[in-house]
Design a binder for this molecule. Structure first.
Ligand SMILES: NC(=O)c1ccc[n+]([C@@H]2O[C@H](COP(=O)([O-])OP(=O)(O)OC[C@H]3O[C@@H](n4cnc5c(N)ncnc54)[C@H](OP(=O)(O)O)[C@@H]3O)[C@@H](O)[C@H]2O)c1
Length: 512
């Protein structure tokens, strides 16, 4: 590269991958980056400052030096021509990684419409090169060796996310035929930094790890089961692989591919040539969490005869099953450059990533970065726990659960928080008191106000907030876990619409 500044327009800079890619791009002294940040920019830039700070970069200084400029915007809104004029390359890494479509129109809105919007802007502004971060799993259900080629016909895809990325690839490739040079990078599953274990988002294989941690915590208090002989069927083959790649390696490969001059449109797999098998991951997880006993099984989900431990593991962990694949390998030019015998992920780097994940409470976002201002028509937790629950529980499925005798604490953190303790006796809710109270809880659920609002309105499944959100369990975790499906049923029976008014209506039509 010459001494002339090389201008990159980067989307998704605040993401798990994006901030590592920004750091890799900036490691090249002639590169300047314009980063698209969503509003409010004060919050997005504070988040980006923290993320870059954690990997040794100072965003305010980079802005002062003219190496980074911030552009405010959100996809699929159109970009202003001035935002991208003069740019040498667009590196489009923004994406929505929700697997299944929800009421908000995601992941199609960001991944398909958003990509179309930015391609249109690129065509109008005459940008010569467009690099798109896709996924290795646009191959869908296909098995065998996947070549680094554009795939013009749609394979059998497994979820809405893969579908949206496949459609976006079509748009990008078409753009390459008409308007410039298209480069598609397809990473497999991103995992923590190979050097430090650091990650800024817990997805993919982390969900399996978190389900295992919850199971291990349940074992801490279990009187019924030996933690080294847990009766758990692991669905799948022991030799199936999980194609995970370290985030730092993936980001470096994509940045290098992007900065390398291109003479034609191309596709690149950012994949692991020697990925861990099911058996290896099982062993690494068992060593780390000091549990054992699971055995591989060719049973399929859902298990009709699941035992209690399988219920626990899969009620929280069945979302992980998509990540292990049989008989799938990838052609990859960048993987071919690895020194022979060097594994991208091994037992010790895996353990380092788990250690980091646990130390950061599975990457919880610092509370100062969350939107702490509730909407003006805010939902009132005091009303929910002290009035709504005593009214609704006796008419719900909970009242039928004779085995439910427990003293449970709910702690809501954030701007409208509080703590309440309920005493259940054979399914009957005998009392609920705000803390301080003389009741001594046996276990506790703790979650943020924002997650509570989503959970009671059934916008998010309870299990999701234990994985992706703020929820945690304390005390007798095994009993807390046993109660999760019961609470889930209650929430479905008595959803609330999230307004503060105590006359709030239940969607069941029952006056509450
Ligand atoms: N994670 C994986 O294992 C994996 C594997 C293969 C491929 N990929 C692909 O890699 C890319 C990055 O993934 P990631 O895991 O880093 O995701 P991530 O952590 O969720 O980050 C997503 C980034 O995209 C931005 N974004 C999302 N929707 C947007 C919108 N509508 N307008 C503007 N910006 C938006 C986010 O901004 P905010 O911070 O404002 O939300 C964030 O910067 C995605 O394209 C994904 O499909 C990921």
């Amino acid at each position: 590269m010459t001494g002339k500044p090389f201008e990159v327009f980067l989307t998704g800079a605040t993401g798990f991958l994006g901030h590592y890619m920004l750091a890799e791009l900036l490691a090249h002294p002639h590169v300047r980056c314009r980063v698209l940040l969503r509003s409010p920019v004060s919050k997005s830039s504070a988040r980006l400052t923290r993320l870059l700070g954690e990997i040794g970069l100072n965003l305010p200084s980079l802005i002062v030096e003219g190496r980074v400029a911030i552009v405010e915007g959100a996809l699929p809104d159109s970009l202003r021509p001035a935002d991208i004029s003069g740019v040498d390359l667009i590196l489009h890494a923004a994406g929505n990684t929700t697997f299944h479509a929800n009421g908000s129109g995601e992941p199609a809105k960001t991944n398909i419409d958003g990509t179309r919007a930015i391609l249109d802007a690129a065509a109008s502004a005459g940008i010569p090169r467009f690099v798109f971060v896709s996924t290795a799993y646009v191959c869908g259900e296909q098995v065998g060796h996947q070549l680094e080629v554009f795939r013009p016909t749609i394979p059998q895809l497994r979820n809405d996310y893969e579908q949206s990325k496949w459609r976006a690839e079509q748009l990008v490739w078409d753009w390459g035929q008409r308007s410039g040079m298209a480069t598609i990078c397809r990473p497999s599953i991103l995992f923590g930094d190979s050097r430090t274990g650091r990650a800024s988002a817990m997805k993919g294989l982390y969900l399996v790890a978190k389900a295992t941690e919850i199971l291990a915590r349940a074992m801490d208090d279990s009187r019924e089961m030996d933690r080294h002989h847990i009766s758990l069927r692991i669905l799948g083959r022991s030799d199936a692989t999980c194609n995970v790649v370290p985030i730092d390696w993936a980001a470096r490969q994509i940045a290098e591919i992007a900065l390398e001059p291109a003479t034609e449109s191309s596709v690149h797999h950012i994949t692991n040539p020697d990925p861990p098998t099911h058996q290896e991951v099982k062993g690494w997880l068992e060593d780390y969490f000091d549990i054992a006993g699971g055995r591989f099984s060719d049973a399929t989900w859902p298990l009709t005869d699941a035992n209690h431990y399988e219920d626990l593991f899969y009620s929280l962990g069945n979302i992980c099953l998509d990540y292990f694949r049989d008989g799938l390998t990838f052609e990859s030019q960048c993987a071919a450059k690895l020194s022979p015998g060097r594994r991208l992920i091994d037992g010790s780097s895996f353990a380092r990533c788990l250690k980091y994940a646990q130390a950061t409470h599975w990457c919880r976002t610092p509370s100062g970065e969350k939107d702490i201002h509730p909407p003006s028509d805010s939902f009132d937790p005091t009303w929910y726990f002290e009035h709504f629950l005593p009214e609704a529980v006796p008419r719900s499925v909970v009242a039928k659960v004779e085995e439910l005798t427990a003293i449970v604490q709910y702690t809501i953190t954030g701007s409208i928080g509080g703590s309440w303790i309920s005493r259940f006796d054979r399914g009957r809710l005998e009392e609920t008191n705000a803390v301080p109270t003389t009741l001594k809880p046996e276990f506790e659920y703790r979650l943020s106000y924002e997650d509570l609002v989503d959970v009671v309105a059934c916008r998010k499944p309870l299990q999701d907030v234990f994985f992706h959100g703020s929820a945690e369990m304390f005390g007798d975790v095994e009993r807390a876990l046993k109660m999760v499906p019961i609470i889930g049923e209650f929430l479905k029976e008595f959803p609330v619409n999230g307004k503060e008014n105590p006359l709030m209506e239940c969607r069941t039509g029952v006056a509450c």
